[in-house]
Design a binder for this molecule. Structure first.
Ligand code: ATP
Length: 288
């Protein structure tokens, strides 16, 4: 039986601006997404029946239709009239409900994996299928670094950052939907200049220039609710990180390090308190 193994990479946000609420309840955003070298391992195997079976190493994750990987397989098979079955085994390494697009990237990996497994030649249709699953899925299909607009699904390639990222996730779970619900646009004082940031990234400007626009307006909600996130940010900067920001709706906070040794010593320091601490690299290539 055919089998394929795919790495599903996480993302961080180098900046997030929220422009306003749309009639359909979603928000219009402008954000910079950056793929990082932290990944789930997704193994997809064809089966003789016509079922979709999901297995993960985390017992609290859904293994039914609520798992975004299940949804991806279902949408793919419906779109191309495929009557076969699949078993999908996901080794989760990306923290869950962390602001790192863990579920979205598994869904993206399933779309790409099934396209390869069954030689469907549907590369051009994967983005549209991904959008039906979630706003972050199209980015996860391409990876690299991108400006994401609309609800986050309209992508333009940007030159990625090439540096080390120290991720630190305290033992808190955040719901993205709730954070957006609580967001008061009138409370936001500090906004990133996204156009300037895109320009800086494309010009490979120094991190000192880039960090001026490393602002995530969702911090106004999540950090207010969980002040511990301020402490993590402070600590990352005290540990000589060049910049620090919350990713997505949180609670993961990351530090940017040009230098591996500095990143490593900050890692050792934070890991003592926060079990879910990871030192990774950005994946600066872009897949467009
Ligand atoms: P985002 O940054 O896109 O908001 P996140 O990193 O904050 O995502 P996820 O890790 O994707 O959040 O998990 C959010 C919810 O999705 C959880 O409640 C989880 O149960 C559900 N979920 C469904 N499928 C998956 C999956 N394959 N991996 C992780 N979570 C999943």
């Amino acid at each position: 039986m055919k089998k394929i193994r795919i790495k599903a990479y996480a993302k961080i946000n180098l900046a997030i601006d929220v422009l306003g609420k749309r009639k359909d309840g979603y928000h219009d955003v402008r954000m910079i997404m950056q793929e990082i070298d932290l990944y789930d391992e997704v193994v997809i195997q064809e089966t003789l029946d016509s079922n979709i079976k999901i297995h993960t190493n985390l017992e609290y994750l859904p293994e039914n239709r609520e798992n975004l990987a299940y949804k991806a397989a279902e949408i793919f098979m419906q779109a191309f009239g495929i009557k076969k079955g699949v078993e999908i085994d996901i080794q989760k390494n990306i923290p869950v409900s962390a602001g790192l697009a863990g579920g979205s990237t598994d869904a993206a990996a399933v779309l790409k994996g099934l396209n390869l497994l069954w030689k469907t030649k549907a590369e051009n249709q994967l983005m549209a299928l991904g959008k039906k699953i979630g706003a972050d899925v199209p980015f996860c299909i391409n990876g690299g670094c991108a400006l994401a607009e609309g609800i986050g699904d309209q992508l333009k390639p940007v030159t990625g950052l090439d540096c080390f990222i120290l991720l630190c996730k305290p033992n808190i779970r955040v719901s993205t939907a709730e954070v957006y619900q609580k967001l008061q646009l009138s409370d936001i004082i500090n906004r990133p200049n996204i156009d300037e940031m895109v320009e800086h990234l494309n010009q490979k400007a120094s991190i000192e220039e880039i960090r001026e626009n490393m602002v995530n307006v969702l911090e106004t909600v999540t950090m207010k609710e969980y002040p511990i996130l301020y402490n993590i940010k402070k600590k990352l900067l005290e540990c000589r990180g060049e910049a620090s920001l919350m990713s997505g709706s949180g609670p993961t906070v990351f530090g940017v390090f040009k230098d591996y040794d500095r990143g490593k010593s900050a890692y050792v320091n934070l890991k003592k308190t926060y079990n879910e601490t990871y030192l990774v690299k950005t994946n600066p290539k872009n897949g467009f």
